[in-house]
Design a protein around this ligand. Structure first.
Ligand code: BG6
Length: 480
């Protein structure tokens, strides 16, 4: 009905993710009037805390502006906190009592929890916390969804025995980013791209993720997973599917996700000869944190060979992409923060200009920072010359959409859960395929412990990665 309430339950309310991402996101959505009327928030965790304690921990992340004090008070009036164990039904029965005080309505459960408690928590939700009557229950889950194909399948089987696929929202926050969502419009809303979006015209595709900082105290978590699980298997592979997929019959979420799965099914696990793994070391001339290497993090085991950098080449073996390398490259403690997609076109045929004068076209989608789409192209150097010059058709958002504030990925995604849109969430078969692609490499790394190549904190990463890329038909032009 119209006046139904919504209750958003944050499981793991005292944790890092809740503090840094979920509570602030809920506040921004509430502040901006984007949530349905009668939305309540309930935090749940083991610690015996009060909502005031929680408030003190989270408020610093809210970025409250002058004039918002009243709104903020209103927000906290809608919040409650319940403490209880994750593996005991009594706690959830208690939670349900509080849920019932909010009237009949829809329920959203955000599992901001370590995966080790996913099973008991979901069993308990299913047993005593489901919405009643014709109201819905939705579950939001975050990576890590297991650590390889088997463990992920086990988790999926567990979840699917209790919840329908349309009740499960697997977050990959890269799917909430403006430029990642823009890929579909760019590709399917422009006549000019579709005829050239294929192996005949595109030489290579590079999808990069670079961060200028190291593990920042998350070394314990990170060391168990490594950069491939942390970033490549999810964020970069998701971007790849959006770049490579065929046009779906419509923009309905199942139509889109069907096409994404087809791309993944066309990818074989990477050849171990086509990978470069790296681990950062401290830079003695660097500043502060930069002096410290990965192994200097006290939460990282001294002999760890976990990669903090990886370049992997994948091939989409279908008619459109056969033979085109998709190069995924990601790393921590590098020289800059940047995430982008770079499609490099083949050389012009029958080139009439002096050798080397004409550079390849590139279409770049810069995801962050400073969102942009630009096309590198050749033009005549203006003036009394007939030389070729490389220039850009540049759609930088800061110029084109001045003063427009782009919403944070989590804002869009959490709102999508309220609205019931799964377009930007990962379906279970996508997850399965993603693990199928990377599990052989992950197991190989764990069993053989190949030594990652050392690279300096603040550098571009191992030069071997550049060599691998040029072996796969990626030609440098300018700084990259
Ligand atoms: C997370 C990874 O998924 O993405 C982090 O676990 C990484 O290691 C983060 O720092 C990057 O997200 P963003 O939105 O800052 O690019």
């Amino acid at each position: 009905g119209h006046g139904d309430s919504h209750v958003f339950v944050i499981l793991g309310a005292s944790g890092d993710l809740a503090k840094k991402k979920i509570y602030p996101t809920l506040w921004w959505l509430f502040r901006d009037g984007l949530l349905p009327p009668k939305t309540y928030f309930i935090g749940y965790a083991r610690s015996k805390l009060s909502m005031t304690d929680i408030q003190k921990k989270i408020i610093q992340y809210f970025k409250v502006k002058a004039g918002e004090e009243e709104k903020l008070k209103e927000f906290f009036k809608l919040n409650e906190y319940v403490s209880g164990a994750y593996d005991r039904i009594e706690g959830f029965a208690e939670l349900n009592k509080v849920l019932q005080t909010k009237g009949n309505g829809n329920r959203l459960f955000y599992l901001a929890l370590p995966p080790s408690v996913y099973e008991p928590v979901t069993l308990n939700i299913k047993a005593v916390c489901m919405a009643k009557g014709n109201h819905w229950t939705r579950l939001i889950v975050e990576k890590p969804f297991g650590r390889d194909l088997d463990s992920s399948n086990q988790l999926s089987n567990h979840l699917s025995a209790m919840f329908k696929e349309d009740e499960i929202y697997r977050i990959d926050h890269y799917l909430g980013k403006e430029m990642v969502q823009n890929l579909m419009v760019l590709r399917f809303g422009n006549r000019i791209f579709s005829p050239i979006w294929n192996r005949d015209n595109i030489a290579s595709v590079v999808i990069s993720f670079k961060e200028p900082f190291g593990t920042q105290g998350r070394g314990g978590y990170f060391d168990e997973f490594g950069i491939i699980r942390d970033v490549m298997q999810n964020h970069l592979l998701q971007i790849l599917t959006l770049v490579a997929m065929e046009k779906p019959p419509s923009t309905a979420s199942e139509d889109i996700r069907n096409e994404k799965v087809k791309v993944l099914k066309s990818i074989q696990p990477p050849d171990f000869g086509n990978i470069v793994l790296g681990q950062y070391v401290g830079n003695p001339d660097g500043e502060g944190d930069q002096k410290l290497g990965y192994l200097d993090d006290p939460t990282v085991p001294k002999e760890s060979v976990t990669p903090t950098f990886a370049t992997v080449v994948l091939f989409v073996q279908n008619e459109r992409w056969d033979g085109v390398p998709f190069i995924l490259r990601c790393g921590k403690a590098l020289n800059e923060r940047k995430a982008e997609v770079r499609l490099q076109f083949r050389n012009v045929s029958g080139d009439i200009f002096p050798q080397g004068a004409v550079k390849r076209n590139e279409l770049v989608i810069r995801v962050q920072p400073d969102e942009a789409v630009y096309l590198k192209m050749m033009t005549k150097m203006p003036g009394m010359t007939f030389e070729c010059a490389e220039t850009e058709l540049d759609l930088t958002y800061n110029f084109r959409y001045k003063d427009m504030k782009l919403p944070d990925a989590y804002e869009r995604l959490i709102l999508d859960v309220f609205l019931g849109s799964q377009i930007h969430f990962v379906r279970s078969d996508e997850l399965h395929e993603a693990w199928r692609i990377f599990t052989p490499l992950l197991h190989y790394i764990e069993q053989n412990k190949p030594h990652p190549i050392s690279y300096m904190y603040g550098s571009r990463g191992p030069t071997e990665s550049d060599d691998l890329m040029s072996r796969h038909d990626f030609k440098y032009s300018g700084t990259y």
